[in-house]
Unconditional design. Structure first.
Length: 428
């Protein structure tokens, strides 16, 4: 793998970018308690491009305007996703806590740019496109039922731990070619990675080990799975590249889809108007999922883009190599696209698909990956509600805790209660 950037103490110039007011710390409870209020405050004080300070005192720009995010993501020549361009690399310590979010130059679809990125796209995207949507739904129904069976007789559960987090990775593990028993271990590995604790480094090594073994197995015994189709690509890739792309596919689709499920179920259980409209048949699971992508998206902030030359964005002077963070959650609530109707229906915001929850442009989440995530989330929620029709929140909504992250939006636990039901296949 590419070595970590050289470590060293922050330089004196690791300060807010020049020509701007004091930077906003990109930390604190506001980002996970009420980020939309924080974004409104930022927008009023700083406009669509906000100077922010990352842990360690490192400067960056948070782009919170819809038009400005669209501008940046539509111009990969001026604003490539090339992490190697970052002008702060000489000062970043090897153990910097946001390094996994910002990334390092690696030969993978997620951390490459330009033609190198497009080369990986030509290998990964067709392999994902070939997955049968009916196959995804079948896997999801079977695995969702299996997860619900583990707690349905108890009458209580934490849906985040018991359902939302394990379901996406179990489905993805099947799609890339793992047997179910190994998929369960990958689910534990990715939970350790997401928790970011003492086990994170070990979990990363185990994750890489799983993928390296899968590449070797599928090279010897090809099957009808994503990994085998990637290996069949006529362009040449190293085993490390296959491994890193498989890690990117699985990791990128895991927590975001888990939070999409969790945030959607949370909406349905805590918003009386939404729950009532669903009960009357006026709203659907798909409506809840779309509402979440606009209002409560799993990815609030995405790193990053780095301009290749000095430029201007939203009346700010941006230097070459400055880090631009894409404020996807803020951009989706920008008054510019609300047309004077805060909280209005997606149709009032330019269509339900006009959100930026999956980013935009050349480096957006690939469309086949979006479709896979949508099928997993929708099918999982439908199975859950079908099996447990009287599901309700077991604690006051004020006791629900959001993940302490400015970048990701999810609930750490979702305690529920319901009438106990038999497992699938059990006598009624």
């Amino acid at each position: 793998m590419t070595p970590s950037p050289p470590a060293g103490p922050p330089a004196p110039d690791a300060a807010p970018p020049s020509g701007c007011p004091a930077a906003v710390p990109l930390s604190g409870p506001g980002f996970h308690t009420d980020p939309q209020s924080l974004y409104r405050s930022m927008r009023g004080e700083h406009g669509p491009v906000v100077p922010v300070e990352l842990p360690g005192g490192f400067p960056a720009w948070l782009v919170i305007g819809y038009r400005e995010v669209h501008q940046v993501t539509s111009d990969p020549e001026l604003f490539p996703r090339d992490v190697g361009l970052w002008n702060q690399w000489p000062h970043i310590p090897a153990d910097w806590p946001l390094l996994p979010m910002v990334g390092q130059p690696l030969p993978s679809i997620y951390f490459s740019a330009g033609e190198e990125h497009r080369r990986h796209v030509r290998m990964v995207v067709p392999a994902l496109e070939a997955v049968d949507p009916f196959e995804i739904r079948g896997h999801c129904e079977q695995l969702a039922d299996r997860l619900v069976d583990d707690f349905c007789a108890r009458g209580t559960a934490d849906l985040v731990a018991a359902f939302c987090e394990p379901l996406p990775v179990l489905v993805l593990a099947r799609l890339v070619g793992f047997p179910d028993d190994e998929g369960a271990d990958i689910a534990r590995v990715l939970k350790d990675l997401a928790d970011g604790g003492a086990e994170a480094q070990s979990a990363h090594q185990r994750f890489a080990g799983h993928m390296a073994r899968l590449v070797a197995t599928r090279r010897a015994e090809p099957g009808d799975d994503v990994t085998s189709r990637m290996l069949a690509c006529p362009e040449e890739f190293t085993d490390e590249e296959y491994m890193l792309d498989l890690m990117a596919i699985t990791a990128a689709g895991h927590l975001t889809t888990a939070d999409w499920i969790g945030n959607s179920v949370r909406l349905m259980l805590t918003e009386d108007d939404f729950a009532d409209s669903m009960a009357r048949g006026r709203r659907s699971v798909a409506d809840a999922m779309t509402e979440v992508l606009w209002e409560d998206g799993p990815t609030q902030i995405l790193a990053g883009r780095w301009p290749v030359r000095d430029t201007r964005l939203g009346e700010r002077r941006i230097k070459a190599g400055d880090l631009l963070l894409l404020g996807l959650g803020a951009a989706n609530t920008d008054p510019v696209i609300r047309q004077g109707a805060p909280g209005g229906a997606p149709s009032e915001r330019g269509g339900s698909g006009a959100h930026l929850a999956f980013s935009h442009g050349e480096y957006r989440c690939p469309f086949p990956a979006q479709e896979i995530a949508e099928i997993i989330a929708r099918t999982g929620i439908e199975v859950l509600l079908d099996r447990l029709p009287d599901l309700e929140l077991a604690v006051p909504v004020g006791e629900l805790v959001r993940r302490p992250s400015a970048f990701l939006r999810g609930t750490t636990a979702l305690p529920v209660r319901f009438t106990p039901v038999p497992t699938t296949g059990a006598p009624s």
